[in-house]
Design a protein around this ligand. Structure first.
Ligand SMILES: *Cc1c(COP(=O)(O)O)cnc(C)c1O
Length: 392
């Protein structure tokens, strides 16, 4: 069955009492049992039924089942934000005294989680260039708990060779964990590329119109002990499971994802292609452009479409500010893959907590603007960009 169909027609685990078409929102903290034995079986995990919504809830389970059907994962755990999915997954993987070999190019909070929060816990992080397999191989030792990267980095738009990294990871018996937020899992197979665990901020493409925060930890079965630890220790003790209301909205969002993604990617390609021709723009970043360094590899790994995140560079930070202030249609906001087009200056916002040296190390530049291209008519998006450029 096609992913588009699975996104809509994944069956409920139990028939609904009223024949509801959408999975209802089970807004309840706890569930009742008929017998003490049944209660014990559920608490012991012998029967996979909900007892308490901190660890299992039918609306969230339905969302997880849809994601499992689409990705071919053995297990999927939904969290209340992308950062919760990332932090819980990595805390279930690495312990004090171990190290994580991670890309130098990471989403700002993920970088901070690894460099600051994990350092306090005694988990070392080795930031390396994961597009260089030899350098990556040298960074791995007997205390390496995992390799961690983003499939297309935000905002640098770097793409590593996932099959090569997977071969390396498996030859050294360490899991390969990737954040696939930037290209949705409906478009490519993380499993076939050799990922062991995928983490996703479902706040972005999945939620559909930026309705709710959410995160996913998707497991392909090579490291079942990590999935088990998340389902038991992490959900029970850290308590960051997705809420039923968010799961309801994200299930609905997932149903229309392929249609929204197609339009947003096409709009992003049209915007990136047009921006390449504008004199005031020094550089355009989009892996869907043939001129992009990672174009071929990105197409091979993720298919013909390249997502809705586009970056471009102006002469200075001051010019970036003026451009953003000139916008009339495009919104000045963070977030990615909303239905509306958004613009942000990452250097002074998402990465504001880092020093100039740290930002230089991460290749986050003061001259870059990041766009998340929406579903509007593309000529309206381009007109707004052009009038904002003209006034510079
Ligand atoms: C937004 C984002 C996150 C964090 O997700 P939240 O849902 O905001 O917690 C992680 N990784 C990437 C690549 C992101 O874009």
């Amino acid at each position: 069955m096609d992913n588009k169909t699975k996104a809509i027609d994944t069956p409920f685990r139990h028939a609904d009492a009223y024949g509801a078409l959408s999975m209802p929102v089970y807004h309840t903290c706890a569930f009742e049992f008929e017998t003490a034995q049944q209660m014990s079986d559920v608490f012991a995990g012998r029967i996979p039924e909900p007892d308490y919504s901190r660890t299992m809830n039918p609306t969230v389970t339905f969302f997880e089942d849809k994601v499992a059907a689409i990705t071919g994962a053995e297990s999927v755990i939904a969290f209340n934000s992308g950062m919760a999915a990332i932090s819980n997954t990595l805390l279930a993987t690495a312990i004090s005294g171990q190290n994580i070999v991670a890309s130098r190019h990471l989403f700002g909070n993920t970088y901070s989680l690894l460099a600051k929060s994990f350092a306090r816990l005694g988990i070392e992080v080795r930031f390396v260039d994961l597009t260089d397999i030899e350098v990556t191989a040298k960074a791995i030792d007997e205390n390496t708990a995992c390799i961690y990267l983003e499939i297309v980095t935000n905002p640098q738009l770097e793409v590593a060779d996932l099959k090569a990294l997977s071969q390396l990871a498996h030859s050294r018996n360490v899991p390969l964990i990737a954040d696939s937020t930037i290209i949705p899992f409906t478009e490519f197979s993380g499993k076939e590329l050799g990922l062991d665990i995928e983490v996703v901020s479902s706040t972005k493409y999945l939620s559909g119109g930026a309705t709710s925060l959410g995160g996913l930890s998707i497991h392909y079965g090579r490291y079942p002990e990590i999935a088990k630890r998340i389902q038991t220790d992490m959900l029970f003790n850290f308590g960051a499971y997705m809420t039923p209301h968010a799961a309801y909205m994200q299930s609905i969002g997932l149903e229309t994802l392929h249609a929204r993604y197609k339009v947003q990617s096409a709009n992003a390609l049209a915007v990136a292609t047009a921006l390449e021709k504008r004199e005031k723009i020094c550089k355009v970043g989009y892996v869907g452009l043939e001129s992009n360094k990672y174009h071929e590899l990105a197409q091979k790994q993720f298919g013909k479409t390249a997502g809705a995140m586009v970056t471009f560079d102006l002469q200075s930070q001051e010019e970036c500010y003026r451009f953003i202030d000139n916008l009339q249609l495009i919104r000045r906001a963070t977030n990615l893959f909303d239905n509306r087009t958004l613009a942000i200056h990452p250097y002074s916002t998402i990465f504001v907590g880092f020093s100039a040296e740290e930002k230089a190390e991460m290749d986050v530049l003061p001259t870059t603007i990041r766009l998340s291209v929406g579903l509007e008519e593309v000529s309206d998006i381009l007109s707004d960009i052009d009038q904002a450029l003209e006034k510079l």
